[in-house]
Design a protein around this ligand. Sequence first.
Ligand code: ATP
Length: 299
Amino acid sequence: MSGGNAVTTHGISKRYGRETALDGVNLRVPEGAVYVLVGANGAGKSTTLKVLMNLERADAGTAEIHGLDTVRRGPEARAQVGYVPERPDHGYRWMMCRGLLKHVAAYYPTWDHPYADRLSLAFGLRLDRQVATLSKGESRRLQLVLALGHRPPVLLLDEPTDGLDPVVRSRTLSLLAEHLADTPTTILISTHHIHELESLADHVGVLRDGRLVAQMSRDELQRTVGRYRVEIPMGWQATRELQVAGVRANGVREAQWTLVGDQRELIDRLTLAGAHVREVQPLALADAALAFLEHEVTR
Ligand code: ATP
């Protein structure tokens, strides 16, 4: 294990032709964390998970799962992982779901048959259906059973609720919460639906154009990002320092800014510049992460 982290990447970069998918990403997913990776379309989330699964080879950098290099000790590293890919690629499309579950179970000494049966039931999997005939959502549910069924210590979930109907979506999140309560697990999950993970997530990583622009725990995020309600005198001009931070008054008397940084220091800077901070509200984890995504955050 590297410093209590279950998943680590050291400066991974990946290009596809002229496209930079990942640019020096240093991921630190602490043991036992539910780490949500967010980013706009094309930011590099799936590529990160594929590199961890050794489905894509990084051009530079290395990655480890529980201290196992994902390339040099790939099979051992992957044995630790339950993976839900963005686009399921079942190699055995001709099989019935029941057959595929049996087939995959045989690979894992830790496969928990009663649990997998329970999950299949909870997800309403029709075991007598051929894999090739499954709808997008049905296929996702099968993938979730395959990923969770061997109770792996690490789950890599690439938009796991994508394509699921609302009822199954919320059931999936409950099942994940139950899974976490029963099995010590580290989860790295990429999603566009960060609000639905508000209660589960405790760490967030924000990818922008292949670069990890923020990575912090829930507590740090809430300490670092705040909504500042600020009263400003008529004709107030932000000082040069605050202009650098992106604060603009535009002649309004009161403004609300989402700011990142030490709260005390920011209040001092604003006060010194002649503004009066009326209130600082912490943001929910999802809103703080979204602020990073929307470029709303100023430094
Ligand atoms: P989304 O939210 O849309 O799923 P993402 O954050 O998962 O996006 P990736 O799928 O990791 O993004 O893609 C990162 C970048 O790499 C994108 O610009 C994408 O077009 C490019 N890319 C990914 N896979 C390939 C590939 N096989 N060939 C060429 N370019 C690729």
